[in-house]
Design a protein around this ligand. Structure first.
Ligand SMILES: CC(C)(COP(=O)(O)OP(=O)(O)OC[C@H]1O[C@@H](n2cnc3c(N)ncnc32)[C@H](O)[C@@H]1OP(=O)(O)O)[C@@H](O)C(=O)NCCC(=O)NCCS
Length: 213
């Protein structure tokens, strides 16, 4: 694993330096998921599963997580400073959680944000969703659209028929997530107290056993 500082990359198209490529994971969506409706960014959005376990992939995700942490939107005990990205990412998303990531892109390969889907032995039959939309692309409906498509991601990527509900966890004071939850008439599935991070609200947004998108 590299000890060198990794320059941020915002493209998944091939670059001259293979270490900076953000790779599309083979075997994710059978077809790329393309949507434009309800997103006010002037261009279509492509959703593709991305490979997090490369230096470049882990770096992209960690950069967004650290920025959201510094902005006070999320809390993490991770202190990533550009070294050992895969090791830091695994400390947030252990392999036992079977983490999967869906990148949201412009057709030219610009990464706009991503959705994470994980499972937990403490939540049998459920997927936990996390999400970061990069600041320049916020408040344009992308986060809401990504949530609406999440069931599709789940079916395409996790391929786990035992999963019957999706939850997302958020800090209780995360006004933007709560605004989306309200808009989508999400049910509050209760509160999980995290001894390290403090109070966390846990919101359910799909209890549909069929998981039809
Ligand atoms: C939460 C997040 C994913 C939303 O993405 P987004 O693409 O901006 O979402 P949308 O544009 O679909 O919706 C945002 C809503 O928040 C509202 N909003 C924005 N700032 C707000 C604020 N300070 N207070 C209350 N609501 C706010 C917007 O008005 C919008 O609601 P509306 O469509 O009813 O007007 C994005 O802000 C983000 O990445 N935040 C940092 C990381 C994070 O908090 N992740 C969630 C952890 S589960």
């Amino acid at each position: 694993m590299s000890e060198q500082l990794i320059q941020p990359s915002s493209r998944f198209l091939q670059t001259d330096d293979p270490k900076l490529d953000l790779l599309i994971r083979p075997g994710g969506h059978e077809k790329p998921l393309l949507f434009q409706e309800s997103v006010n960014l002037g261009r279509p959005i492509i959703a593709r599963e991305i490979e997090p376990w490369t230096d470049a992939g882990a770096h992209e995700l960690l950069s967004d997580i650290m920025a959201a942490h510094e902005a006070g939107d999320i809390t993490t005990i991770v202190r990533y400073k550009g070294k050992n990205p895969r090791r830091w990412l695994a400390s947030i998303y252990p392999f036992a959680m079977d983490p999967r990531f869906v990148g949201l892109f412009f057709p030219d390969g610009t990464l706009l944000g991503w959705v994470s889907l994980t499972t937990s032995p403490y939540l049998p039959g459920k997927a936990v969703l996390g999400m970061v939309i990069r600041p320049p692309y916020r408040n344009a409906g992308l986060g809401t659209a990504a949530l609406l498509h999440a069931k599709k991601y789940l079916r395409d990527i996790m391929k786990d028929k035992s999963i019957t509900a999706i939850f997302f966890e958020t800090q209780e004071q995360n006004a933007r997530v709560l605004a989306i939850a309200k808009k989508m008439r999400v049910q509050n599935a209760g509160r999980r107290i995290d001894q390290v991070k403090g109070g966390i609200a846990m919101l359910a947004f799909s209890g549909d056993a069929s998981m039809e998108a």
